[in-house]
Ligand binder design. Structure first.
Ligand SMILES: O=C(O)c1[nH]c(=O)[nH]c(=O)c1Cl
Length: 309
């Protein structure tokens, strides 16, 4: 059973990786991912300088997922550049997530990635919902257009964007039109957490996380239908770009659904946070079992082939 897909011309040992932000903040976690059965991996979204992030508690497990308002805690971009220099690219591809607080910060970080000649692939995070006072770039279509124009002229290699979920067909159309104007954007990661959810503790009658009066991004099984819709919407609208699926994955069936909807690689966030990197062993086995039952020998036979009625 060939579980591999090709990404940017290179075979992956499995169409699975972590979602940025999960199990990828520090070297010990990055090393664990490098040693895991994941076929690729991505670093925590970085800012120019190190950040503590929001006050704790800032992550809470929910019955069907998670809520988080981490606030972009990270070791600063140089730390991840140092990791990227040491990473074994023959073992698996490395994606480098960037979420600069300003356009200038993004340009500075991207210029340093360029100068480092690292084989890492840039995933530009346009969708962090948890920096107080900062609206998501990806929900401001003019700002989205500007940052893609700026990064495209500052960065000479292909790169990708991490998008938040959209909930309106007209928004899928409008964002895809913008993305299709940038041929250097050759992958799209859908979705980031569903921003600014709220969950309540019945006994104490309080919210679950401290930042933002308890408001935080929702991940986990709650978001699977929204994630599949965004994967399929951009798969249909951006035929020249690869889609990385993210959102609601906890079983081989969820992985299969993301691939069928059009994803080339499937990211795991909340379930990885809860279960650790061994989850990739289980997901690979469950996907292989499903492919066996359905008589598929390779992922290519069903990838992106979701049928309509
Ligand atoms: O609060 C965070 O650090 C965070 N949390 C998310 O759920 N998505 C993001 O992109 C980021 Cl950057």
């Amino acid at each position: 059973l060939d579980l591999s897909t090709f990404f940017l011309g290179r075979p992956l040992t499995a169409p699975l990786m972590n979602a940025s932000g999960v199990w990828c903040n520090v070297n010990s976690q990055l090393h664990a991912l490098a040693e895991s059965e994941a076929g690729a991996m991505v670093t925590k979204s970085c800012t120019l300088l190190r950040r503590d992030g929001n006050p704790e508690p800032r992550y809470h497990t929910l019955t069907m997922g998670s809520i988080n308002s981490m606030g972009l805690p990270n070791e600063g971009h140089q730390y991840y550049l140092d990791y990227a220099e040491r990473h074994d690219y023959e073992n698996k591809p490395l994606f480098f997530s960037v979420a600069g607080l300003t356009l200038d910060d993004n340009l500075t970080i991207v210029a340093q990635i360029q100068d480092a000649y690292t084989p890492a692939l840039l995933e530009l995070n346009l969708s962090c919902p948890n920096v107080p006072g900062k609206a998501q770039i990806a929900y401001d279509f003019d700002a989205l257009d500007v940052i893609l124009a700026e990064i495209s002229s500052a960065y000479s290699r292909p790169f990708g964007v991490k998008l938040p979920p959209y909930f309106d067909i007209a928004h899928f159309d409008e964002v895809a039109d913008i993305l299709n104007r940038y041929e250097k954007v050759n992958f799209i990661t859908c979705i980031n957490s569903i921003g600014n959810g709220l969950m309540i503790d019945m006994e104490s009658e309080t919210v679950l996380i401290k930042p933002k009066q308890g408001f935080g991004g929702i991940g986990g099984e709650y978001v699977l239908p929204t994630a599949l819709a965004n994967v399929n919407a951009f798969h249909q609208r951006c035929p020249k770009k690869s889609i990385i699926g993210c959102g609601g994955v906890n079983t081989g069936e969820h992985v299969f659904m993301h691939l069928l909807a059009g994803a080339s690689i499937v990211q795991v966030g909340t379930a990885l946070y809860e279960q650790g990197p061994d989850i990739f062993v289980r997901l690979k086995a469950e996907l292989a079992q499903i492919m066996q039952e359905k008589g598929y020998k390779t992922i290519r036979e069903f990838q992106g082939k979701l049928k309509t009625l």
